[in-house]
Ligand binder design. Structure first.
Ligand SMILES: [Zn+2]
Length: 257
């Protein structure tokens, strides 16, 4: 079994020991939408056991973007349809071999299930009785990256954006303007949200603080200042910061003499 922490009425989150990756369950009348279940095989099995123990049936899955840690599934979740934005679904199919390789040593039965998502602009309501979901699609962090807005509970499941652990990651492809546009797309939802669930890190009841932190960080980098940001304390994020500074530097776009 695996701990599922409620973050709002009908919304629960499990957090992986790997990169604090979150799995989100949205449930109504014992029927569940499962978003980005992750990560390690024992954790996926534990989540399946937890759902079964609660007698919840997974009626749909959703992948927020086409990165290897967001395209996972487990036989214990059953054969419900899995969805993603059209660009995410296309990338998940086209890049499947690379995405599977990035998982490293992974059980064959789980590899078979990686990235088996169908493209949708909205999740067909017949798959989600009693659950309202609006998909918010943009191209920050990954093409076709999708946040899920749950208006009834005012929860924003935001994928790999607005994390308390990770800096902005505008690397797929390297594109700061697309990242800033993605933040703008999310902003009105963040403003209305009571709870925000990031793909890696800690859910928060102060969603706007996450948006402001990312904008503050990116503004400082654009102005050539060193941001004061607690996320810079880990070696991984220091390397990420160096990449972003290089992207934002005017010399990165000028030709070599
Ligand atoms: Zn990602």
């Amino acid at each position: 079994m695996r701990a599922l922490e409620p973050v709002a009425d009908g919304v629960l989150v499990a957090t992986s020991r790997t990169m604090s990756t979150t799995s989100t369950v949205v449930v109504h009348d014992e029927r569940a939408l499962l978003v980005d279940p992750a990560w390690q095989p024992d954790e996926l099995a534990g989540l399946a056991a937890e759902l079964a123990g609660r007698r919840w049936t997974v009626v749909a899955g959703f992948a927020t973007h086409a990165h290897h840690d967001h395209l996972l599934w487990h036989p214990g979740f059953g054969g419900a349809p899995r969805f993603a934005s059209p660009r995410t679904a296309r990338l998940a199919a086209d890049d499947r071999a690379t995405l599977v390789a990035e998982l490293g040593d992974f059980p064959e039965d789980l590899v078979d299930l990686v990235g088996r998502v169908s493209p949708v602009d909205t999740i067909p309501p017949e798959h989600l009785p009693g659950i309202d979901v609006e998909l918010v699609v943009h191209d920050a962090h990954a093409p076709g990256h999708t946040a899920l807005w749950l208006p009834r509970s005012r929860v924003l499941v935001v994928g790999d954006m607005l994390s308390d652990l990770e800096l902005p990651l505008p690397f797929d492809p390297d594109d700061l303007p697309a990242y800033l546009a993605g933040l703008d797309t999310l902003a009105p939802y963040v403003a209305r949200a009571a709870v925000l669930v990031p793909g890696h890190g800690t859910p928060t009841r102060d969603p706007m603080a996450r948006l402001e932190a990312d904008r503050r960080y990116l503004s400082a980098v654009a102005a050539g200042r060193t941001p004061s940001d607690p996320r810079l304390s880990t070696p991984d994020m220091q390397e990420t910061h160096r990449r972003i500074v290089a992207m934002a530097s005017p010399s990165s776009t000028s030709s070599t003499p």
